[in-house]
Design a protein. Structure first.
Length: 202
C-alpha cells in the first residue's frame, strides 16, 4: 500500500495571506532562502520553468513553487517532510509531505521537466535520497552557495550534478544559480561546483 502523502487542509493557507514584499509576494519568514536570488537569477530560473512541470525538492511551504507558477510554470509539486508548516494553496500546486526516499519508493517512475534544489542540506543521509528523483528530471535548477564557510548539498549530490551538462549559470557572492541539462558533461567545473565537491559529508 502506498503511503498517504496528502496534507490536512487546515495546515494550508492562501498565497495572498503570506504577502511580504512586492518582489517576493509569497515569501514568508521561514521560506525566504530562495529570495536570496537576485532579480536576474530569478528571471533565469523562471525562463527555464515557463510552461514546464516542476518539482521543488525541500520546498518548505511551497512559496517558491507558487512564485514559479505565477511566472509561467505549468504545474508544480512541492516535496518536503517538514511538519507544522502552513502549506500554500494555489492552482496547479500539489504538496507531498514525506521523505524523498519514501516518495520515490511510492512513485519511482514519476517524471518532471524541471527539478528545483534551493539551498539543499548537507546531510548525506537525507540529500542522497534526492538523486533518484533528479534522475527523473530533464533539467535541474540549483540555487545556493558553497564556499570555505558554507555548504549546500553532499558530495554525492555534487558528483551527480557535475556529471550533467551545465547549461548556464549566474554566480554571486550571496547565492549562485546553476542550471543543468540531462546530457553528459561538456563544460569545465566552475567555482561553485569545485567547492561543492569538497563537501564534508555529515
Amino acid at each position: 500500500m502506498r503511503p498517504d502523502y496528502r496534507l490536512n487542509s487546515k495546515k494550508a493557507m492562501k498565497c495572498r495571506f503570506s504577502m511580504k514584499s512586492k518582489l517576493h509576494p509569497v515569501a514568508s519568514k521561514n521560506t525566504r532562502y530562495w529570495t536570496r536570488a537576485t532579480p536576474a537569477q530569478l528571471r533565469l530560473i523562471e525562463a527555464f520553468c515557463a510552461g514546464k512541470e516542476i518539482v521543488d525538492l525541500g520546498g518548505r511551504d511551497g512559496s517558491f513553487a507558487c512564485h514559479l507558477l505565477s511566472a509561467g510554470a505549468r504545474r508544480a509539486t512541492n516535496l518536503d517532510h517538514s511538519k507544522g508548516l502552513h502549506r500554500i494553496i494555489a492552482k496547479n500546486l500539489t504538496h507531498h509531505a514525506g521523505t524523498f526516499a519514501g516518495y520515490h519508493a511510492a512513485f519511482p517512475n514519476r517524471r518532471w521537466d524541471v527539478g528545483i534544489l534551493s539551498w539543499p542540506v548537507k546531510f548525506a543521509s537525507i540529500i542522497g535520497a534526492v538523486i533518484p528523483i533528479l534522475n527523473n528530471c530533464e533539467t535541474v535548477v540549483y540555487l545556493g552557495k558553497n564556499s570555505a564557510s558554507t555548504q549546500c548539498g553532499s558530495r554525492d549530490l555534487w558528483e551527480h550534478l557535475t556529471g550533467r551538462d551545465l547549461l548556464t549559470h549566474i554566480e554571486r557572492n550571496v547565492a549562485s544559480v546553476l542550471i543543468y541539462g540531462g546530457a553528459e558533461r561538456t563544460a569545465e567545473l566552475i567555482q561553485e561546483e569545485e567547492w561543492g565537491l569538497k563537501a564534508l559529508d555529515y
